[in-house]
Design a binder for this molecule. Sequence first.
Ligand code: SF4
Length: 54
Amino acid sequence: MASCNECKSFFSLEDDDSMGDCVRRIVDPRQAYYQAKPVEADNDSSNCASFQKK
Ligand code: SF4
């Protein structure tokens, strides 16, 4: 099972690597931006369409 900490978009917190931010670049027809949300490192990523192996 893959988890968020194996994903290119996962950036662990400096003081706690069991938690991190999922930071993804979103590109839509009018703009590109970054979206960040908190995730747990061992969160199951098998259902995530944005998963990319590091
Ligand atoms: S939520 Fe998806 S895109 Fe974000 S870190 Fe986890 S697997 Fe990667």
